[in-house]
Write a protein that binds this ligand. Structure first.
Ligand code: ATP
Length: 217
């Protein structure tokens, strides 16, 4: 599995008798925007939770930055994820939501937070309370929170789900910039191939828990 930033080997997650993820061997190169495509219920979230350390595999292996098994815990901090809805404090501003997380990383300077607001296109509304944000703005703030601490791998689960075309375009532009300017590797899931086709450099197609195909653009 050498040469990949993330590789899984026959990764499986079983709930009762149902294999939500079944023998998935997937490969992500450094600098890729990896489009992870599958219908609702195909197993995307379950897979992404396992690689993010939020769920334990039933069997199979995960190799991240060259580490596996017990050593994975040494590199988990280099991954950041936005899975399902972002956990925001609604009564706090976008700035303060970012400040809380930044403090945990010992990164509490104003410039740092303002730079993240800028990256996610929320510089003008940094003082606005998160509960007044649109869905797209909430998603972008969620991505901003995931960016705190400069992860090497960013995992985004359906970040464009439910957004209008402009919201989708904004997230897409942001992802391309993150890759170009910060050399980040990004895995982004969607149930609509078309929505990722403009930005993804690689694809993995998952269906009923199995990886059908991996493609390079
Ligand atoms: P969606 O986009 O709808 O979230 P998905 O591709 O992310 O779809 P998963 O959420 O990973 O799919 O779900 C895959 C399968 O695993 C589904 O059949 C789901 O019902 C099942 N599943 C997921 N989590 C659990 C759980 N905690 N317990 C039991 N079954 C689960």
């Amino acid at each position: 599995m050498a040469g990949y930033l993330l590789a899984t080997n026959r990764l499986t997650k079983q709930f009762g008798r149902h294999k939500a993820v079944n023998d998935v061997s997937l490969h992500v190169k450094k600098g890729a925007i990896y489009g992870f495509i599958g219908r609702n219920g195909a197993g995307k979230t379950t897979f992404l939770k396992m690689i993010s350390g939020l769920s334990t595999p039933t069997s199979g292996e995960i190799e991240l930055f060259g580490y596996k098994n017990q050593e994975l815990k040494n590199v988990r901090s280099r991954i950041s994820c936005l899975i399902e809805a972002p956990g925001l404090y609604g009564s706090m501003s976008a700035y303060d939501n970012l400040a809380i997380k930044s403090r945990l990383f010992g990164l509490n300077d104003r410039e740092y937070i303002e730079r993240i607001l800028d990256v996610v296109g929320l510089a003008d509304v940094g003082k606005k309370k998160a509960k007044h944000f649109s869905l797209g703005m909430r998603q972008r703030l969620g991505i901003g929170l995931a960016l705190v601490g400069e992860p090497d791998l960013l995992v985004l689960d359906e970040p464009i789900n439910g957004l209008d075309p402009q919201g989708i375009a904004e997230i897409r532009d942001m992802i391309v910039r993150l890759r170009e300017e910060q050399n980040m590797t990004i895995i982004i899931s969607s149930h609509i191939l078309e929505e990722l086709s403009k930005i993804a450099t690689h694809y993995g197609i998952i269906h009923e828990g199995s990886l059908l195909q991996e493609l390079t653009r």
